[in-house]
Design a protein around this ligand. Structure first.
Ligand code: NAP
Ligand code: FE
Length: 362
């Protein structure tokens, strides 16, 4: 019913509270983005603890947004060259997902074309995840989402080996988030929570957590955007993000995620916003398949469906883009072939999918 092998430390000062569990090897490979590890303050705090625990490290920074498969292979080579024996990811979903892929690539000597071949994923190295955004929940999922730059194709894979051993979630690390990332990543978390009730693999025992996570976002997202330094609002959003991660770790993502991928790969639209562009449409699309769940959710939130959409539409999510008929057809193929579709409670007909895609066309 439920599998989550990650030990979670949550709240202020989590890194220090997690100290007894931090020593997972002799030399850590720290995977991070361009500057989030520094801006968030997480790297400084981590290096102090590593020095105290006498753990050596190598820093691999510069992971870009929507990490690409060649970066993973360069990371694998750097990991092996440095003689590391475990990994610590600091950052948003991009560095965390890159670290997971580097980890299996190094442990199984995978080449770029083999990253998605799960039968080759036989062993891993221990991984610690320290998120600095409140969106992906990647610190508690077994997924890594990568982009193949040659084909401009974004796709995820999942394997139990990719679960972090330890997740350290401190809302202080999120205070430095720019407004756009604060919004977009929260919308990603909201998508995960909703997918936890749409999915064919949904786990009803998780509904109380899912409903609570959505409540946290409803109450705290507007507040966080108004008061970015409000630590309580950040903490609530970080909790919602973890609950969203737990939900998709069990239930998987759905068409809600698959439909956004081409819009990220081709227009550079952030992952959270790519979900947000379709959030209302997807809720309407799955209305019948998740009728009881959505009714129970709205009762819990004390809001009706239209009230929920009005809440959502206070944010700038209705982005429109220009694309050709040819592009639409090729993306529709890609979306229908995505792994996420397997857990979708309603498989769209080609025509329905194209209509959904039309909703964001300029
Ligand atoms: P992200 O791509 O990791 O980061 C977005 C931007 O925010 C980057 O410019 C980053 O800077 C910056 N940033 C991050 N934390 C910051 C902080 N505390 N202060 C200032 N700037 C900060 O964003 P994300 O939304 O967290 O991750 C999106 C990725 O995760 C997508 O590729 C998506 O597909 C994936 N995802 C994975 C899962 C999963 O379960 N594995 C689930 C959903 C989504 P830097 O460049 O300096 O880091
Ligand atoms: Fe996501």
């Amino acid at each position: 019913m439920f599998y989550l092998p990650t030990r979670i430390f949550f709240g202020e000062n989590s890194l220090n509270k997690a100290k007894d569990f931090l020593k997972l090897g002799e030399k850590a490979f720290i995977v991070t983005g361009k500057s989030s590890a520094i801006k968030s303050g997480a790297l400084d705090e981590l290096l102090a603890v590593l020095s105290e625990l006498k753990i050596a490290y190598e820093i691999y920074d510069g992971i870009g947004e929507n990490p690409e498969t060649p970066t993973v292979i360069t990371g694998k080579e750097a990991f092996l060259k440095a003689g590391c024996d475990h990994l610590i990811a600091i950052g948003g979903g991009s560095p965390m997902d890159a670290a997971k892929a580097i980890m299996v690539a190094a442990a199984n000597d995978l080449k770029e074309g083999e990253l998605y071949q799960l039968e080759l994923h036989k062993r891993g190295y221990p991984l610690i995840a320290i998120p600095t955004t409140h969106g992906t929940g990647s610190e508690v999922t077994q997924y890594s989402v990568l982009t193949d730059p040659k084909r401009k194709k974004k796709a995820g894979f999942g394997h139990d080996l990719l679960f972090a051993k330890l997740a350290i979630i401190d809302p202080h690390y999120m205070l430095s988030l720019p407004e756009k990332v604060s919004l977009d990543s929260s919308i990603d978390a909201l998508s995960h929570l909703l997918e936890g009730i749409y999915s064919l693999k949904r786990v009803p025992k998780l509904y109380p957590n899912i409903f609570y996570g959505i409540r946290l976002i409803l109450d705290n997202l507007p507040l966080c955007l108004k008061e970015p330094q409000n630590i309580r609002a950040r903490e609530a959003l970080a909790e919602a993000s973890v609950l969203g991660g737990i939900a998709i770790a069990q239930a998987g993502t759905t068409l809600q995620h698959a439909i956004g991928y081409p819009f990220t790969s081709h227009f550079g639209i952030s992952h959270g916003l790519a979900n947000g562009m379709f959030l209302e449409e997807m809720m309407r699309f799955y209305r019948r398949e998740a009728e009881d769940e959505l009714k129970a959710l709205f009762r819990y939130l004390k809001i009706d469906e239209e009230g929920f959409y009005s809440w959502l539409n206070q944010f700038p999510l209705k982005v429109k883009v220009e694309y050709s008929q040819e592009q639409k057809e090729s993306w529709a193929e890609e979306i229908l072939g995505a792994r996420n579709i397997a857990a979708s409670p309603r498989k769209p007909e080609r025509k329905e999918l194209e209509e959904l895609m039309e909703s964001v066309r300029k």
